[in-house]
Design a protein around this ligand. Sequence first.
Ligand SMILES: Nc1nc(=O)c2c([nH]1)NC[C@@H]1CN(c3ccc(C(=O)N[C@@H](CCC(=O)O)C(=O)O)cc3)CN21
Ligand SMILES: CC(C)C(=O)C(=O)O
Ligand SMILES: [Mg+2]
Length: 295
Amino acid sequence: MVTAYDYPSALHVDLAGIDIVLCGDSVAMVELGYDTTQPVDMEQMLHHCKAVARGTKRSLIVGDMPFGSYEVSEELAMTNAFRFIKEGFTDAVKIEGGRDRAHIVEKIVKNGIAVMGHVGLTPQAISVLGGFRAQGRTAVKARGLVDDALALQEAGAFAVVVECVPAPVAQAITEALEIPTIGIGAGPHTCGQVLVYHDMLGMTTHPHHEAFVPRFCKRYAQLGNVIREGLESFKQDVEAGTFPSEAYSPYKMPAAELRAFQALMAQDATSRQTQAHRAAERLKQSDEYEQIKLY
Ligand SMILES: Nc1nc(=O)c2c([nH]1)NC[C@@H]1CN(c3ccc(C(=O)N[C@@H](CCC(=O)O)C(=O)O)cc3)CN21
Ligand SMILES: CC(C)C(=O)C(=O)O
Ligand SMILES: [Mg+2]
């Protein structure tokens, strides 16, 4: 699974043969410039999901339900899950949380929408977690994560994301479940892996973004450097006058038309001179000119 937030990224993920494209609420951080995933809302998520859907032919599309769109009541969760399917054209939704959210997962699944769970580091809860840091690092907390994942499976989730936990914990969750686990910063023993598009392709190389690239993320390309080099080369070319060269000036007119055009321009220039001359003559004879002279 890889995230995508717009038409071109979805096309890339889909054409690469990746099974699942996640329109993640990480869009808040990598596309919209926020420091957390918390501010992004339903309208913004749907806007991105629609573009992702237009670029995706083959992959399963999962829409990440944003912070505040599913927690307070099953009714609100249902309303918003339906919007992801009907307006965002996603195939499924993802919500964060374990045992405490199982009743919401159950409600959504019972109403015909597939739900992906998400346990471990749940970034929407940064306010209580105190930061983007690993979860399940004590025996009791780790067992709690296994219970969370089991509760989601029981509720009908079709898969579970396991984020930022020690590898043995993700392994235990994977062994405990029948549904697939998809890890991120959770070691090699999950059924699948997910990374954020911009992180894995090295698009967050700007110093401002560097802080958001997690340690677990391998960079499979350095697109940020490629983009910067391209933009700098364009600027240099334009300043040096080497762009656009003949090769990039493709629109021609027939030679006869060009000559006729130049003749028309010459005529116009002459008549503009004549008009300017006449206007000056008229002005000289007017009262206005007398007044201007007085000043
Ligand atoms: N660009 C991006 N990539 C992600 O993988 C991602 C997001 N954004 N936003 C939502 C969450 C947050 N994620 C993150 C981000 C950073 C760390 C990280 O490096 N944590 C540090 C600890 C930092 C601290 O203690 O405050 C670590 O060493 O684990 C982990 C998960 C994963 N998700
Ligand atoms: C990192 C994945 C699992 C996610 O939730 C997101 O991109 O928002
Ligand atoms: Mg998310």
